[in-house]
Design a protein around this ligand. Sequence first.
Ligand SMILES: [Zn+2]
Length: 348
Amino acid sequence: MFLKPTRLAVLLATLLASLAAVQAQPRGPVREIVPLTGDLYRARNGNWYAVFLVTPDGIILGDPINPAFATWLKDELGKRFAVPVRYVVYSHSHFDHAAGGAVFADSASFVGHENMLRNMDGRYPHMPGDMVDRNRNGAIDADEIDIPTKAAPGICGMGPGFFETIDRNKDGLVPPAELQADIRRPDIVYSERMRISLGGHTVELIHPGLNHSDDATVMLFRDERVLFATEFLADALVTTNPRSLPSACSAFDRHPLSEWIRSYRTVEALDFDRVAPGHGDVFDKAVVTETREYFEYLVAQVSAGIRSGRPLAELTESITLDRYKTWANYDRLRRMNVEAAYLNLINQ
Ligand SMILES: [Zn+2]
């Protein structure tokens, strides 16, 4: 078809304008909704994942992640489904999974393990990685974020510049309430187990014990035979290979390794086929058992080393964990795992 010059110019201008619009889009995390089975879906924000179940009476959501993601998700859910979010369940209280719930507050109740209330009562909360109250002033200082970030980039701390994003009033200090400003407190808490029944579906909530956090909830979608858990079954370093050495920051998050193993065993005792983790791809239940066996092997090896009386510096060389050579992050984290297990075990 022949186009008159004026129309061609308009067409070109339109094309260029739309090209500019595409290029001007901010490069945010990849967001998508991925069907799991039946009415169960994952929702993705980069390498952070939420999960949701659609019932005739409303949606049960695991983790809002952050305000921008939650806003995007609410919009997507509104386009695809005729029912609102009725429950927001928190996998744990850490700011990188639990923020953003407020956008669902018009229709939803918020559910978490009872220790979440302790972590949100104004005192220094349990924090991920190696972020701890080093100077015991009850507030988060730049050093408490920056030192772990520099010491173990991407493992034990946040990305560079993270402190500036949480210091909203730019006074150089972040009291817990400032860090948690976007985390909606749970209205419903439980101690061991809880059941949510909605629209003919049942979701079991289980507190597995102490591990990466002290207020974890795993969600068992019974009919779908899928478990949602964040961090302690597969941590933030996991992407495609769930067989991965744990990050082991802060001597395993300052929780006894016996508690970690108990947490894995609690999950193994549940009846399901697949894990939809908070980080990385879906994996089979067998990996939960393999990872618990890894923890038991690490404890056995390091315990024997401690009994032998040899110093830590020797043990980090001699305990090679050879049988896990093919696991992800072996080269990066083997020594760190031995050292963390040593510190964990001698403090028990
Ligand atoms: Zn966490």
